[in-house]
Design a protein around this ligand. Structure first.
Ligand SMILES: NC(=O)C1=CN([C@@H]2O[C@H](COP(=O)(O)OP(=O)(O)OC[C@H]3O[C@@H](n4cnc5c(N)ncnc54)[C@H](O)[C@@H]3O)[C@@H](O)[C@H]2O)C=CC1
Ligand SMILES: CC(=O)C(=O)O
Ligand SMILES: [Mg+2]
Length: 370
């Protein structure tokens, strides 16, 4: 198969979908890999390293899309890429369709095969291609939150861990999955007072067991959230209903209950956000303020730490990408249910329920292609 790897063009997106080690693996399996010049530069991989591993370098993004049967990317295609996408071209990347009606319609129109990292799902319901980036974003959320809590950044001016004789900050984590767990661990490590909320009792039980003493677990419901936000300094949005739009756990009206300078980091913004007032921001301009509350809503947080993120992401994606290349997407998805769950839009039809629900579009049965 011919594989193409474009350079990411989303704001400050420095990750790349395939490393030189990945190129070598594709070559070993008899495939051809084209890398756009400088695609790996942000992650520390030069064109020369890719060439040494067996790839060919193409100077422009247009040439990469024109030649490839499978495009391996990190983030969703952005508007300037839409016209480059060909009918029946396989796109293997994050899409987060439930947060963008425009992207959903664009991919339907291009009649490409959209296999989304974020909905590839194992039989135990874990999301193997989301996990590594959720680990990164969960850890980063506390770094970023701590920074924006500083007074000159618009925050309340409170140190997460406090000092002797002064209480630490209160951190509320909504959603105790991968992002939530990593956030809680980081915040607890810095000495903050942490509360994790989730709707899953088994999950809360597990967290109660493994978390340090400065982390409490509380059932997630509107009453408990309303109580907790009054005293929270930093709130992390980390809920997920796979492939679907995130529920709004904090509404605009609830901001009034918070103290000025409280910082909200809505990591779930890529699925539409779990805080009503969150709108996607960029690393260049990550925050905005409403009613004195600082909102941080960067939809590609791991893009800022590409040396870690590219390796963590490609460790997980490469084995699936090799299956797709070796068998073609139909056979690979027929033989591997995990990959089949990643199919969101196929040849102009929506095949993932969370996406059809989000935009009121008809749902086709993916089995007709497999
Ligand atoms: N902004 C960014 O750069 C990044 C965003 N993400 C996003 O972060 C979000 C969380 O991802 P993961 O932690 O991997 O998901 P996960 O599936 O591991 O965890 C989600 C948790 O939310 C819980 N939940 C569902 N409804 C809830 C409710 N009403 N109240 C409280 N908890 C609830 C679930 O029980 C689950 O434990 C996703 O939207 C993901 O796409 C992930 C990586 C990077
Ligand atoms: C998961 C995701 O959206 C990201 O890593 O950018
Ligand atoms: Mg405890």
């Amino acid at each position: 198969m011919i594989i193409g790897v474009p350079k990411e063009i989303k704001n400050n997106e420095n990750r790349v979908a395939v490393t030189p080690a990945g190129v070598a693996e594709f070559k070993k399996n008899g495939h051809t890999v084209y890398i756009q010049s400088q695609a790996g530069a942000g992650s520390g991989f030069s064109d020369e390293e890719y060439i040494k591993a067996g790839a060919s370098i193409l100077p422009t993004i247009e040439e990469v899309y024109a030649i490839a049967e499978m495009i391996c990317k990190v983030k969703e295609p952005i508007a300037s890429e839409y016209p480059l996408i060909k009918e029946n071209q396989l796109l293997f990347t994050y899409f987060h369709f439930a947060s963008s009606e425009e992207l959903t319609h664009a991919m339907i129109e291009r009649k490409s095969i959209c296999l989304a990292y974020e909905t590839v799902e194992k039989t135990d319901r874990s999301l193997p291609l989301l996990v590594p980036m959720s680990e990164v974003a969960g850890r980063m959320a506390i770094q970023e939150g701590a920074k924006y809590l500083e007074k000159p950044m618009g925050g309340r001016g409170i140190l997460l861990g406090g000092v002797a004789g002064v209480k630490p900050a209160n951190v509320l984590v909504l959603g105790g999955g991968i992002v939530g767990t990593q956030s809680a661990k980081m915040a607890a490590g810095l000495g903050a007072n942490v509360t994790i909320m989730d709707v899953s009792l088994p999950r809360l039980r597990y967290l109660e067991d493994v978390m340090p003493a400065n982390v409490d677990t509380v059932m997630s419901n509107e009453y408990n959230i309303r109580e907790a936000i009054k005293l929270s300094d930093l709130i992390i949005g980390a809920v997920l209903i796979p492939g679907a739009k995130a529920p709004h756990l904090i509404t605009r009206e609830m901001l009034k209950e918070m103290r000025a300078g409280t910082v909200l980091v809505d990591v779930a913004v890529d699925q539409g956000g779990c805080i009503e007032t969150c709108k996607p921001t960029t690393h260049e301009n990550p925050t905005f303020e409403i009613d004195g509350i600082v909102h941080y809503c960067v939809a590609n947080m791991p893009g800022a730490v590409p040396y870690t993120s590219t390796l963590a992401l490609t460790n997980a994606t490469l084995p699936y990408a090799i299956q797709l290349a070796n068998k073609g997407w139909e056979k690979a998805c027929r033989e591997n249910e995990e990959l089949a769950k990643g199919l969101n839009v196929v040849s102009g039809e929506v095949v993932y329920k969370g996406v059809s629900d989000a935009w009121g579009l008809p749902l086709s049965d993916v089995k007709k292609w497999l």
